[in-house]
Write a protein that binds this ligand. Sequence first.
Ligand code: HEC
Length: 186
Amino acid sequence: MKLFLYLSFGIILVIAIAIVSGAHNISATEKHWGITEKTIGWIRDSLIEVHAKNLTVPQLDDRAVLSNGFKHYHAMCTECHLAPGFKATEISMGLYPQPPAFHERTPMTEQTIRSDTIRKYFWVIKNGLKMTGMPAWGLSHDDQSIWSMAAFVVKLHGMSAAEYESLVRTIEVDHSHDRGHDDHTH
Ligand code: HEC
């Protein structure tokens, strides 16, 4: 018991010295040690897993995912997570931890793995992640929109620039449509 107290005290002292002396740098350009990064990653993934475990993935209409999920992603997420064919942005470059580029992930073919991933993505999109820069979109969006975003992010895995471009064109068509409507009323 005594040894444990001495050890804890020693560790706290070392941390305090590292902070006061500036030996530990809080700058986002100073990466964690490999082992620290692995530990944080493991803790993050385990916590997401635990929180997402009991969520039920609703029936997701493929067209809604590709229109609604895509539109939200295109408008709100590409600045950080990019999209197929996009170059790094000023924000994405400077963030640490780095936001993942989902289209660089391997496509998932197995249904259970896909819905497991949609569940975890849903939880993160809704609640955000502390001290990473990932916002909680649940404060401004209903669950249905968030499910469609989560399912769209899974669809992004392995997506080509041409496929993404064709989705972008669907919005442009929509917009010219809207403008057409406006013209009628004026
Ligand atoms: C301001 C930058 C920023 C914006 C905007 C942003 N994210 Fe993130 N996102 C991050 C960062 C940083 C992480 C955390 C990476 C880490 O922990 O390693 C993250 C993590 C995630 C994860 C978990 C990643 C994983 O490895 O499983 C998902 C899913 C996600 N974001 C989806 C989205 C979606 C969808 C949007 C748009 C609605 C969005 N993000 C908008 C910065 C951002």
